[in-house]
Design a protein around this ligand. Structure first.
Ligand SMILES: Nc1ncnc2c1ncn2[C@@H]1O[C@H](COP(=O)(O)OP(=O)(O)OP(=O)(O)O)[C@@H](O)[C@H]1O
Ligand SMILES: [Mg+2]
Length: 356
């Protein structure tokens, strides 16, 4: 990225095969206060000079007589380095412009060029590039933060579930055990009834603790597989709902590592919560398949659907879809959503299977 310190001149590479034009532009750029690193007359030499000298900006003639043209050269550079390119062109037909667009140029200058035009195109391109770099950095930070939050949330859940299991639940089981051992046969009926009542309360608390653990962290149990956990979530979510859930899964799924399993489960849980909250659906189909080291997931509902490009603004923020995508990326997978008003919603995911 260009250091905008004022004293550091912007370094420019000129790619132009007409020597007279190149020299003219070089002179103008210098008089405008820029540092012209060099002039390249072919795409190949432009690439090698870019890699070696890392200019802040490239002025690129679209038509180069030999070898690659300006667009191919820019594409090559664009795929490897983040350096803004401004095209120089005598004329450009629609086809050329379309091709040029793919390389995401930061501007076009039509030759012959005036000094003011040259300066404003360069300054605008540099400004846009700096803004884009900042935005990308910001997006990267948001992504990292989201991943941290997701991981921290899972760790917190695991901690809570372990505490409930190892402390509270074990304690209650011990109390129950000793209570059942106490022989009250010689005592009066009232005390015996109180013991029975106490046993009932403790058993119910044990049941509640187990329920809590499976809600917070269904996969904590070593023997709990992904499919079992999905079935549990379906039962918990749709216990009183008028939605028919179809679950289609392979007979055997190899043992997946906990991080992958947990995130796939959370993605399904959020998809199902969305169906319940927003879809007004009567049926939802969950399909899981595995092949060649990948797990494919499809969650499809027959509800009202929506336009993913214009999610209605409500007072509360929408984090579900965003978090689902981030969870997918966290485990090396990806997620796509398709939906249209009146046509239901489908979420598809593909995740690499990492075995335990
Ligand atoms: N299956 C679905 N059917 C219909 N609309 C949906 C469905 N899934 C999502 N939507 C729409 O997309 C919006 C965004 O969903 P998202 O899960 O990101 O946020 P949310 O559910 O509103 O809030 P939360 O942050 O609690 O998840 C929803 O508010 C809803 O309008
Ligand atoms: Mg949601």
């Amino acid at each position: 990225m260009r250091e905008d310190t004022g004293s550091v001149k912007t370094k420019i590479l000129i790619v132009e095969d007409e020597n007279i034009v190149a020299r003219d532009i070089q002179q103008r750029l210098r008089s405008l206060g820029y540092d012209v690193l060099s002039i390249a007359s072919t795409g190949e030499s432009a690439i090698s000079q870019t890699e070696k000298n890392r200019p802040d900006l490239i002025l690129m003639d679209i038509k180069l007589k030999s070898g690659m043209d300006g667009i191919e050269t820019a594409e090559h550079i664009h795929n490897r380095l983040d350096i803004p390119v401004v095209y120089l062109t005598a004329y450009a037909d629609n086809h050329t412009l379309e091709r040029a667009k793919i390389t995401e140029p930061f501007g076009y200058i039509i030759k012959p060029v005036e000094d003011t035009e040259l300066k404003s195109a360069i300054e605008l391109a540099l400004y846009r590039h700096t803004t884009e770099v900042k935005l990308k950095l910001e997006q990267q930070r948001v992504k990292e933060l989201t991943h941290k939050i997701i991981t921290a949330q899972e760790e917190e859940r695991l901690y809570l579930a372990s505490e409930i299991h190892d402390d509270l639940l074990q304690g209650l089981v011990a109390v129950l055990y000793f209570l059942q051992m106490i022989d009250l046969s010689s005592l009066d009926q009232k005390t015996q009834n109180q013991k029975k009542e106490l046993i009932k309360i403790i058993k119910s608390s044990i049941g509640r603790c187990r329920g809590l653990i499976s809600e917070i962290e269904p996969l904590r149990e070593p023997k709990m597989g992904l499919i079992q956990a999905i079935k549990k979530s379906i039962d918990q979510k749709f216990v009183n709902a008028d939605i028919k859930v179809h679950l289609d899964y392979p007979e055997k799924i190899a043992k997946i590592n906990l991080l992958t399993k947990t995130n796939i489960l959370r993605i399904i849980q959020e998809a199902l919560t969305n169906v319940q909250k927003h879809a007004d659906a009567t049926e939802v189909f969950i399909k899981i398949t595995t092949s060649r080291g990948k797990l494919r997931l499809k969650v499809k509902d027959n509800g009202i659907g929506f336009n993913p490009k214009s999610i209605p603004l409500k007072t509360s923020p929408h984090y579900g879809l965003l978090t689902m995508r981030e969870r997918a990326q966290l485990i090396g997978g990806e997620l796509t959503l398709s939906s249209r008003p009146g046509k239901g919603t489908t979420i598809k995911g593909i995740f690499p299977l990492i075995f335990r």
